[in-house]
Design a protein around this ligand. Structure first.
Ligand code: NAP
Length: 472
């Protein structure tokens, strides 16, 4: 496919191969953008921002609503594209496509709800003859930098709100998975979006990222990706608004009163989907001592039953990891835990990008598999004695994106919700659950700012205070 900038589709002789992570076959190529391409994309987007800020809310609604209808009609193709370039099983690819459509529809609705407020200026001495209100205005040009693991929905979570709020937007998709983002651009153009309002530049983040992020014409950066790159972008960005959606090593606490079959099902569902490559995957499972062994007995056969293979084959329950180097890293972290005294109960073998889903028990918190973000198909199980121990373990991390507890005890559940430092808290399901309308974002090193169209629109607009003097 070609990339889209300054209102037109553009090709370049230098290419990036987009590969199917299962077998390395090349699905397509995209141009490798240069810094000059980024400059041109920004110049075009500045014009686009002028056009967008003049477009009324009902027009922005119509474009996004039409785009969601077109997405619905192309769901099968979008789902297959996601699975082919990213490696998640087809069912997960289809689910992401349908969530993406929903995210664009939610964004469309927000285009009609961009409101300020009236301020009671008579509450201030000398304010009685004045009338004050706020206006919310678009930021201008938004840079949307996205990771590989949800190549369409996470793009929609930035593009939808940016356009709903009346901005132009430049997408920099992950180099491994640019195809679904480019298909979204086609759909938006077909839905009537002014061409200058959107750009999608396909190039290495390491090579062109600084040119994009440092440019003063970009007013807002919305980034989803790793903590390391997020921190780098914050340094480069200078005086800009930023939203950072970063990583985590999410805990799941199992109290002694939990229904262990339900916990085991939830651990499989929230620890191994997309081969564990989800920012809120269950990674650290902390089990109360009295039910520790029984829980392992329920969990292990369920994980063993996950058949790995070609993600496009309907019998496959877990597909490959995105790159072989990540698969190697995951097996190294498992080996490191085992040589430190942990027990590998199932999985952990690697063939290319496929890693057999693993249960690693008797883990201690200093092991990499517990204290770093694993982002792969393994869960690290450890024991705790009390709710306070469990909360301390849950908080013993630089991250704070999602945390879960299984219990029927309301006091334990509320204590957990109050004292665990995490942007999302789940009671009686694993940490990996998200409705696209929720305010979603992390605490601590998991980032700052919220997504979910209503909340992202807020972050992609600015507030002006207007005071009219001499009004009696
Ligand atoms: P990544 O390596 O940080 O890459 C994310 C994006 O940043 C890619 O588009 C990448 O481009 C780009 N990039 C790289 N260097 C850059 C630079 N110097 N300036 C600007 N952009 C640059 O992350 P990933 O491996 O794709 O995704 C996995 C990470 O994302 C995990 O840590 C996961 O937890 C996190 N994540 C967080 C959330 C959330 O909502 N909190 C959701 C999903 C994923 P290239 O691909 O060209 O390098």
């Amino acid at each position: 496919m070609q990339m889209f900038l300054d209102g037109e589709w553009v090709d370049r002789p230098a290419k990036i191969d987009v590969k199917n992570p299962f077998d390395g076959s090349v699905i397509d190529t995209v141009p490798k953008a240069s810094k000059a391409d980024v400059e041109r994309a920004i110049t075009g987007a500045v014009r686009g921002a002028e056009i967008m800020r003049r477009l009324p809310g009902h027009e922005r609604y119509k474009i996004l609503h039409r785009a969601s209808e077109l997405m619905q009609a192309q769901l099968e193709d979008l789902g297959r594209t996601i699975s082919s370039e990213e490696g998640k099983i087809l069912g997960e690819g289809m689910f992401e496509a349908s969530r993406s459509k929903e995210t664009i529809e939610l964004s469309a609705e927000e285009a009609k709800r961009i409101m300020g407020e009236v301020l009671p200026l008579d509450g201030a001495p000398g304010g009685a003859d004045r009338f004050g209100f706020t206006l919310r205005v678009p930021c201008g040009v938004v840079a949307a930098i996205t990771p590989f693991n949800f190549p369409l929905n996470l793009v929609c979570h930035k593009v939808g709100p940016a356009l709903a709020a009346g901005n132009s937007v430049i997408i920099k998709p992950a180099s491994d998975t640019p195809l679904s983002a480019l298909k979204l651009v086609k759909i938006l153009l077909e839905a009537g979006l002014p061409p200058e309002a959107i750009a999608c530049i396909t190039g290495s983040g390491g090579e062109v990222g600084d040119t994009l992020c440092a440019d003063a014409r970009i007013r807002k950066i919305s980034f989803t990706g790793s903590r390391e790159i997020g921190e780098h972008i914050c340094r480069v960005a200078g005086l800009k608004k930023v939203t950072m959606e970063l990583g985590s090593n999410s805990p799941l606490i199992v109290m002694p009163d939990a229904n262990l079959d339900k916990v085991a099902d939830a651990t499989v569902a929230t620890g191994f989907s997309n081969a564990g490559q989800v920012c809120i995957s269950a990674q650290r499972v902390v089990v109360m001592e009295p039910v520790y062994h029984e829980f392992l007995e329920r969990l292990t056969p369920r994980v063993k039953a996950l058949k790995t293979g070609n993600q496009l084959d309907s019998a496959t329950k877990m597909g490959p990891m995105i790159r072989e180097s990540d698969a190697v890293r995951v097996t190294q972290w498992i080996d490191e835990a085992v040589s430190g005294g942990a027990k590998l109960l199932t999985g952990g073998q690697r063939s290319g990008t496929l890693v057999e889903p693993a249960v690693v028990a008797d883990v201690n918190p200093a092991m990499k598999i517990s204290c770093d973000e694993l982002f792969g198909p393994a869960v690290a199980i450890q024991k705790a004695k009390t709710i306070d121990d469990a909360i301390a373990v849950a908080n013993d991390t630089r991250y704070g994106l999602s945390a879960a507890i299984f219990t029927e005890n309301l006091n334990w559940a509320l204590k957990f919700a109050r004292h665990v430092d995490s942007g999302n808290i789940h009671v009686n399901w694993g940490p990996q659950w998200r409705a696209d309308l929720m305010p979603y974002g992390g605490l601590k090193d998991s980032g700052m700012g919220k997504e979910g169209p209503r909340y992202a629109v807020k972050e992609m607009t600015e507030t002006k205070m207007v005071v009219i003097h001499g009004v009696s």
